[in-house]
Design a protein around this ligand. Structure first.
Ligand SMILES: [Fe+2]
Length: 122
């Protein structure tokens, strides 16, 4: 899970740099597509784990994913079309969201999953 977070942080940073350096649009689009697909895969992965573990805070956790999904859906077409400002806003949003989400929400899930593993006593 931590590796997945790292790749999301990295891709967000890449997008930020590309925008900052006025990279060609196709490059920005390539990074954006990659970012969206790793975020979607990561959310799907976590949600599958939560379902499997009958995680009590599933709805709360998924709501936070949905906030990010909504933001990505709204901003992606603008960025695709070359809206620089939208790109900057999205990377700022994602940076803050990721910090909050990984520092609290994902850690709680990690602790839950680890505890569940430890509770299996032969
Ligand atoms: Fe999560």
């Amino acid at each position: 899970m931590d590796d997945e977070h790292r790749t999301i942080f990295q891709a967000t940073g890449e997008l930020q740099n590309a925008l900052h350096n006025d990279a060609p649009l196709f490059e920005v689009q390539e990074i954006l597509h990659r970012l969206i697909s790793i975020v979607e895969d990561h959310f799907a992965h976590e949600e599958k784990l939560m379902r499997g573990a009958h995680y009590a805070s599933f709805d709360w956790h998924r709501q936070q994913h949905n906030t990010a999904r909504k933001r990505l859906r709204r901003y992606a077409p603008l960025i695709e079309a070359g809206d620089h400002q939208a790109g900057t806003e999205l990377t700022e949003f994602l940076t803050g969201w990721l910090e909050d989400h990984t520092s609290v929400t994902d850690r709680m899930l990690g602790a839950h999953l680890r505890n569940q593993e430890r509770s299996f006593i032969r």
